[in-house]
Write a protein that binds this ligand. Structure first.
Ligand code: ADA
Length: 563
């Protein structure tokens, strides 16, 4: 089974992916449900989205999953769910252990010890929209939100003292100095004995104290530091051991800064050439097989890209591991899409969002590929009601990780109120698509629109901030051509993206682009989809099966010429 980092050599970790027993219970009330009433009449794949399977396509309701697994008796067990969408409650041996309400972040679940080696795991999953229960998910998002245990499940056997997290903070990427920040769980003594080993180098022993914030810090020097960059995606590994436990994390030595209107990677200006990407496939929903994760990156590499925006939620950890290895730069984003006052000022939403941000950073901290933390795509940032959550999230991200840049994609470019919070200004704009129904030459709008934003930001005094276009694009229906090259043709889409990419690559004021978007993705089923032929967002440069449209060649030509 493909285990993303962190990994373990000493700790027993059991992969629980496979065929699980399954029952779709529809509109049953979870609170009133008795587990012994469930008629386990089917099976399903974990990871997988049950409603991406033909038998349950489009269904919303409660689904029950069951797996019997074995683990050492009396061991303290912790289950790790990499993502369950949208809501779930976890039971072991009939006991409810915890709920979780964000469909794209991982979470842990402590399992009480038992004299038995055979355990029964049941997960009730609910993919219905319900603001009370899943405030981060809304039916109005322009991407289909499937249900199920959509990413891997692992069972960890833990000794009395164990490692909860190891974060590698790079102090000086060129000299190879780093600080390992370590969080432990279980029985803690005043002074903790640790062993560290970097790559194949000699192991070192340390004795350290846990700080007031619950972390202990160990300074480390890498003997043979190799900087990470897209051209040289060199990775290092750190193994930390304490007592009977260990954790192996992978990291890269690199520095990311914003200065003089540019994004600087290891001190050198970098122009971001890339795409927004949904984890979406007609057959698998959001639970992409390993081969597809790799295929997506191979296609992006062939297109001449160096950048991916994970729209609009944290991406699969296996995908991020591949980005580290293949040298992609990543915008990792917390779930959000177009929220306004009702959500942004609701205490349940604010609390759930704060937890999701924390879970995102915790899972993804060590990926050198991630250069931006993003949040709240296209929220109501032209309005003061958004101020508290925008300020709080920016402060939270800076506290959790001062080493990366933060940004958010705004649809309000010129009237946005919070640009001072972002290290990088990121604008979602659709010149030549939305709102151009009365225009004779819609393609002619693209370059002037882009430049007018750049002039505006400079006039507002944001000359120091890098600016990227975080979304731009047009719909192109795969295989659709007409003699007029009209809207929805592959030709119109290809030309719009060509003009855009030329401008991005030749205009020094732009630090990059994330085109909207990599591949067509299923969206709403209800009335909203009337504006989305086939109920897909068809602005993909590839269709949903990753078949290239004409835009593929157009973008590739420009991106590879400027590489
Ligand atoms: C927005 C949004 C995307 C998508 C896009 C579009 O910018 O962030 O998720 O909906 O518009 O296609 O209109």
């Amino acid at each position: 089974m493909l285990k993303s980092f962190p990994r373990h050599e000493a700790r027993q970790v059991h992969g629980l992916d496979g065929w699980w027993e399954f029952a779709f219970l529809g509109s049953r009330d979870v609170e009133a449900l008795r587990l012994d009433e469930i008629d386990w009449n089917d099976r399903t794949a974990v990871p997988g989205a049950f409603d991406a399977m033909p038998s349950y396509a489009g269904k919303r309701g409660v689904a029950a999953y069951r797996l019997r697994f074995s683990a050492s008796s009396e061991a303290a067990l912790r289950l790790h769910f990499e993502a369950v969408s949208l809501w779930c409650r976890v039971f072991v041996d009939g006991q409810a252990l915890r709920d979780h309400d964000c469909g794209y972040t991982g979470f842990w679940c402590d399992v009480p010890p038992s004299p038995n080696t055979q355990r029964e795991l049941i997960v009730l999953v609910d993919n219905r929209f319900d603001f009370e229960r899943v405030p981060l998910h809304e039916a109005f998002f322009d991407f289909y939100q499937w249900g199920g245990i959509i990413r891997g499940v692992w069972c960890h056997e833990l000794p009395e003292t164990f490692l909860e997290a190891v974060q590698v903070r790079v102090e000086d990427y060129a000299k190879g100095t780093v600080t390992a920040r370590i969080r432990l769980g279980g029985d803690l003594s005043d002074s903790i004995e640790l062993r560290t080993r970097i790559d194949g180098e000699d192991a070192q022993t340390h004795s350290a104290r846990v700080g007031d914030d619950g972390w202990l810090e160990v300074p480390l020097q890498i003997q043979h530091p190799r900087p990470w960059s897209p051209a040289t995606p060199e990775l290092h590994q750190l193994r930390v051991q304490t007592g009977a436990d260990d954790m192996i994390v992978r990291f890269g030595l690199r520095e990311i800064k914003a200065s003089g209107g540019q994004i600087l990677l290891n001190g050198q200006a970098v122009k971001l050439r890339g795409y927004n990407r949904h984890e979406s496939h007609p057959q698998f929903g959001p639970a992409l097989p390993a081969a597809q994760l790799l295929a997506d990156l191979q296609l992006l590499r062939d297109l001449g890209c160096n950048f991916v925006r994970g729209s609009h939620y944290p991406q699969d950890q296996r995908f991020l591991d591949l980005c580290d290895e293949m040298g992609f730069l990543v915008w990792e984003e917390c779930i959000g899409w177009g929220q306004r006052e009702r959500q942004l000022s609701d205490p349940r939403f604010i609390a759930a969002h704060q937890i999701a941000v924390e879970e995102m950073v915790e899972a993804s901290f060590n990926h050198p590929s991630i250069i931006f933390w993003g949040f709240l795509n296209e929220a109501g940032t032209d309005n003061e009601y958004a101020r508290p959550i925008m300020e709080a999230t920016a402060a939270q991200l800076r506290r959790l990780d001062p080493s990366r840049l933060i940004t958010y994609a705004t649809m309000f470019g010129k009237t946005d109120l919070f640009l001072e919070l972002a290290d990088v200004i990121s604008i979602n704009i659709y010149p030549g698509w939305y709102g151009c129904q009365d225009v004779e030459d819609p393609l002619g709008l693209v370059v002037p629109a882009i430049r007018s934003f750049l002039d505006h930001f400079d006039a507002q005094g944001w000359k120091e901030k890098p600016i990227i276009i975080s979304e731009i694009g047009a719909e192109g229906l795969y295989g659709w051509h007409d003699p007029l090259n009209g809207f929805f043709t592959e030709e119109y889409q290809a030309e719009l993206l060509r003009v855009t990419c030329e401008e991005v690559m030749s205009n020094p004021r732009l630090a990059g682009v994330a085109l909207w978007h990599f591949s067509d993705a299923r969206t709403y089923t209800g009335g909203y989809s009337l504006g989305r032929p086939r109920a897909f967002n068809n602005k993909g440069t590839l269709d949903e099966y990753r078949r290239p449209k004409l835009a593929y060649k157009a973008v590739k030509q420009v991106f590879t010429a400027h590489k």
